[in-house]
Structures are given as structure tokens and as C-alpha cells.
Design a protein. Structure first.
Length: 240
């Protein structure tokens, strides 16, 4: 008798628990579906201004950025970025395990962030090194790799990367540093732009330091190498 009374007393709580589980499950599925839809849409629709661009725009009073299709950018620019940032871009699925192992063997010094990870961070997340951001990045990067082409990832990257204070994207960078359009970039100019990407506010593509010049020379060689050995095929434009 007492057991029956206890069961009846707890019945409303059990029903509430089942109701909460159903709605939590539905909410999780809705969030997953929404994220999937947004990432899928960006495979063809250009992302709008990013969180970091918004922050910089407020701080500076505006930013310089015009979206440009990859077909309107000198092909050597994409090769230079890959040579500088992620030479194995065409062979990995978003995470370069060889680079990660190398960082671990070196005691954790340096980074192994791929171009895909950088795109995810800049388009969907925020700056910083929090574990929450890293976890979200780890989830979203394979999704972007699955839903976007490699060429699309490079195209988005070239249009959201910061090349100087308030200067975002290769179109603005080409005009800012060389007073030309992105389609007219030479191999040397493209290498210099790629060379400043790790610290664009501290380096100049127009007046590079000796260190930046050496880095640019390495990138030029790397860009030529990946064109020959096939590591640029996954993002090559037909006219390239």
C-alpha cells in the first residue's frame, strides 16, 4: 500500500522528467538541423560580416572589405596562402594530424591550425583560446569539410582574412598594399600577402622587413612546389 502511494506521489515528477527529456531532445535536434542548414547555405551563399570584423569595425569606425570570387583572384594567391598556412590542405579532412603530432613532439610550442579550422573560427565562432571555442571548432570543421568544396573553403578564407588593421580580404589587401586588383597580383606580391597573415598588424606587404622577405621567398618556392606536385589541384580554378 505504501509503495503504491509512493509511486503515485512521484508520478507527476516522472511525467515532468519525460516531458523535459523529449523537449531537450527536440531542442538539440533543432540546433543540429539549424547549424547544418547554415553551414550548407554558406557552401553557395557568401558569409556576411564576421564577429571579429564587427568588433574591429566598431573600434576603427569601419573596415575595408569587398567580396571577390576566387575566379577573379590570381591563382597564385590561393597557392601562396596554402603554402604558407596549410601545405597539406588538399590531403586532410580539416585536421592535419601530421602537423599536430609534430607540435606535440615539440612540446606543444606553435600551432597546427588548418585553413579549414581558421575559416570555422572566423565565420562561426570568436577569437580566443577557450576550451568551448575549441570544442565547437572541432565539431564544425569536419562539417564544413563535408559540405563545402576545398575551393570554396579557400575562397571564403581569402575574403575574410585580415591583412592589415581594418583591411579584410584579398581584394582590399591588393588595393591597400599594391594599388591593383586581386586578379593582377604577381607571385611575389601574393607571397608577401601570405607572409603577413600570422601577424598582419605587425607586418607590411608593401614595406616588408628582411624577415618577412625571407618568409615570402619561402612561400614563393612552396607555392610553385605544390602546383607541380599536385597539392593545389583540389582548389585550382579551371583557368589556372
Amino acid at each position: 500500500m505504501r509503495a503504491a502511494l509512493t509511486a503515485r506521489a512521484f508520478a507527476p515528477f516522472q511525467q515532468l522528467g519525460r516531458w523535459l527529456r523529449r523537449w531537450i531532445t527536440r531542442l538539440v535536434l533543432l540546433v543540429i538541423a539549424l547549424v547544418f542548414a547554415i553551414v550548407l547555405a554558406h557552401s553557395v551563399i557568401n558569409p556576411t560580416i564576421t564577429h571579429y570584423m564587427t568588433v574591429e569595425g566598431r573600434r576603427l569606425g569601419g573596415i575595408d572589405r569587398i567580396w571577390v570570387p576566387i575566379e577573379d583572384v590570381a591563382p597564385v594567391m590561393a597557392r601562396s596562402i596554402v603554402a604558407a598556412e596549410d601545405a597539406n590542405f588538399c590531403t586532410h579532412w580539416g585536421f592535419d594530424m601530421r602537423a599536430i603530432r609534430a607540435v606535440i613532439e615539440q612540446g606543444g610550442a606553435g600551432g597546427a591550425s588548418t585553413i579549414s579550422q581558421q575559416v570555422v573560427k572566423n565565420v562561426y565562432l570568436w577569437q580566443g583560446r577557450s576550451w568551448i571555442r575549441k570544442a565547437l571548432e572541432a565539431v564544425l570543421t569536419p562539417l564544413v569539410e563535408a559540405l563545402w568544396s576545398k575551393q570554396r573553403i579557400i575562397e571564403v578564407y581569402m575574403n575574410i582574412a585580415e591583412f592589415d588593421e581594418g583591411v579584410f580580404g584579398v581584394e582590399a589587401a591588393a588595393r591597400h598594399y599594391f594599388n591593383i586588383g586581386p586578379e593582377a597580383l604577381t607571385a611575389r606580391q601574393a607571397a608577401r600577402l601570405a607572409a603577413i597573415l600570422p601577424a598582419p598588424k605587425m607586418r607590411s606587404a608593401a614595406n616588408p622587413s628582411s624577415r618577412t622577405q625571407r618568409r615570402a621567398a619561402q612561400i614563393m618556392d612552396g607555392a610553385a612546389t605544390i602546383r607541380v606536385d599536385g597539392r593545389a589541384e583540389c582548389f585550382a580554378v579551371n583557368s589556372d
